[in-house]
Design a protein around this ligand. Structure first.
Ligand code: PLP
Ligand code: ZN
Length: 416
C-alpha cells in the first residue's frame, strides 16, 4: 500500500501503522488513511487519469492500494453524468445533472467501496470477508467475492426486500438474516469481528472501504471538464458517502488537479422515518441522537449513523442544506424521475429526488449553479415499494373493438 503512509485518528491525530484497524485505541475516533499528497501531486496529471482504465481505478493514486496489488474488479465506475433538463424544468433548477451509479456492476454505488475494500482485504491476506448491510453492500460484496473466490458472509436485517436477498444469495455468499434492524446487525458484526479472523468491511476494513466513495466526487469533477459543481445532493445512511465526497473534492485541489479549493455546497437527503443526521444538523450542534428506523428507504435505514456527526459538520461547513422526506414523497420522487428522465431508481434515489425538490423550492440553488444529484441505487431492487400503486393502464379482452372502447377512456393528450 505504497501511497498510504499510515492511518490517522480523525479526532486526536494519533497515527497507526497500515493494518486492519479502524478505531483509535486512545479516543475511539475513526482512523483514516494518510496519503503523501506532495508525492502524488508530483506525478498525477489530468491527462494521465484520462488515459487510465474506464473504472474507478483510473484514480488509483488517490486510493489506498499500491499499483503492485492484484485488484478485485468487476468494472466499477465511470458511470454516466446525465444532464437532466426535463427534471430541471419540473423543479425550477437551472443546471441539473444526475450521476447514474445504477450503472455499476451490481447497480449501486456500493461497488465503489467494495472493489477498494476487497482489494485491500486480499492484500492483507484475508480469505474470508464479511459485512453488515442494508442490502446494496451485501449484493456487491457477494459478487466481488465470487469473482475472486473469497469466502463471504453478509449479515442483513431479516425484513430486507426480497430482491436484495436474491441478488446477494445468487452469488453463493452466506447470507445471515438477523431478526432486528441494521443497528442490531452492525453491533453483532462488531462482536463477531473480535472473535473471527475475517475482514469486515464496515469494521476492521472501514478505513479502506470508505475511501472508495471519493471516486464519485472525482468522476463528477472530471465529467464536468475538471470543474467542481456548485452543489451536490447526497443521500445518507451512515454518512460515510457524504463525508468522502467532501474529502474527495478537497484532495483534487490538494494534489493539483483543481486549481482552487472547491466551493461546493454539499446537501444531505434522508427519509423522515430515519433522519438522525438531518435532526442533528437542525439542532445546531451536530450531535447524533439514535432513532429506530421506520421507512421504505431501507438502504438508508441506519438509526445510529457512524459518520453522522461528521456528515452534519460537512453540510454546515459547506453551507449545504438537509431535508427529510416522507414515504409518499419518496414514491413520488421515484415516479417523477422515471417519467421525466427515463431512469428507475430505488427508494434511496426517491429520497434524493424528493429532497432535491424540497431544496429547490426552498431556494437552495438560487445561485443558478450546477447541481449534481447522486442516484446511488436502482429501482428493480426495491420494486416492491411500488407494488399496489402501479399496474396496467387498462385491461381488455383480446379484440380490436375492446381496445377502441378502452382508448376512449385513456389519456389522448399524448403523441398520436
Ligand atoms: C449505502 C447507500 C447510501 C449511502 O450510504 P452511507 O452509509 O451514507 O455511505 C446511499 N444510497 C444507497 C442506495 C446505498 O445503498
Ligand atoms: Zn484518537
Amino acid at each position: 500500500m505504497a501511497q498510504v503512509r499510515e492511518l490517522r485518528c480523525r479526532e486526536c491525530d494519533r497515527t497507526y501503522a497500515v493494518a486492519p484497524v479502524h478505531v483509535c485505541e486512545f479516543c475511539f475516533g475513526p482512523l483514516e488513511p494518510v496519503y503523501d499528497y506532495d508525492a502524488i501531486a508530483a506525478s498525477v496529471t489530468r491527462a494521465g487519469i484520462e488515459a487510465g482504465p474506464r473504472t474507478i481505478w483510473r484514480y488509483s493514486p488517490l486510493l489506498p492500494i499500491g499499483d503492485g496489488v492484484e485488484r478485485v474488479d468487476l468494472g466499477t465506475g465511470c458511470t454516466p453524468l446525465i444532464k437532466a433538463d426535463n427534471l430541471a424544468r419540473e423543479l425550477g433548477i437551472k443546471h441539473l445533472y444526475l450521476k447514474n451509479d445504477m450503472a455499476n456492476p451490481t447497480h449501486s454505488f456500493k461497488d465503489r467501496v467494495v472493489t477498494v475494500a476487497l482489494t485491500a482485504a486480499r492484500a492483507m491476506g484475508f480469505t474470508t470477508v464479511a459485512c453488515a448491510s442494508t442490502g446494496n453492500l451485501a449484493n456487491s460484496v457477494a459478487a466481488h467475492a465470487a469473482r475472486v473466490g473469497l469466502r463471504a458472509f453478509v449479515f442483513i436485517p431479516a425484513d430486507l426486500e426480497e430482491a436484495k436477498i436474491i441478488t446477494t444469495a445468487v452469488y453463493g455468499a452466506n447470507v445471515v438474516a438477523v431478526k432486528g434492524n441494521y443497528d442490531h446487525v452492525n453491533r453483532l458484526c462488531s462482536e463477531i469481528a473480535q472473535t473471527m479472523p475475517w475482514g469486515f468491511l464496515n469494521v476492521n476494513l472501514r478505513p479502506f472501504y470508505s475511501e472508495g466513495s471519493k471516486t464519485l466526487a472525482f468522476e463528477v469533477v472530471e465529467q464536468l471538464g475538471w470543474e467542481a459543481p456548485e452543489h451536490i445532493v447526497v443521500p445518507a445512511a451512515s454518512g460515510s458517502l457524504l463525508t468522502k465526497v467532501h474529502r474527495g473534492l478537497s484532495e483534487l485541489h490538494r494534489v493539483g488537479l483543481l486549481d482552487t479549493e472547491p466551493a461546493t455546497s454539499i446537501h444531505l437527503a434522508q427519509a423522515e422515518g430515519c433522519s438522525p443526521i438531518v435532526a442533528a444538523f437542525r439542532s445546531g450542534i451536530d450531535h447524533i441522537r439514535p432513532v429506530k428506523p421506520q421507512t421504505i428507504a431501507k438502504s438508508l435505514a441506519i438509526g445510529n449513523p457512524a459518520d453522522g456527526y461528521y456528515a452534519a459538520r460537512v453540510v454546515r461547513k459547506t453551507e449545504g442544506t438537509a431535508e427529510a422526506v416522507s414515504d409518499d414523497e419518496i414514491i413520488a420522487g421515484i415516479r417523477l424521475l422515471a417519467s421525466t428522465e427515463g431512469l428507475f431508481t430505488e427508494t434511496a434515489g426517491g429520497v434524493t429526488i424528493a429532497a432535491l425538490k424540497r431544496m429547490a423550492a426552498a431556494g437552495a440553488f438560487q445561485d443558478d449553479g450546477r447541481v449534481v444529484a447522486l442516484l446511488t441505487g436502482m429501482g428493480l431492487k426495491t420494486a416492491e415499494a411500488l407494488s399496489g400503486r402501479l399496474g396496467p393502464t387498462v385491461e381488455i379482452q383480446p379484440d380490436l373493438e375492446a381496445f377502441r372502447q378502452a382508448l376512449d377512456f385513456l389519456d389522448l393528450e399524448g403523441p398520436a
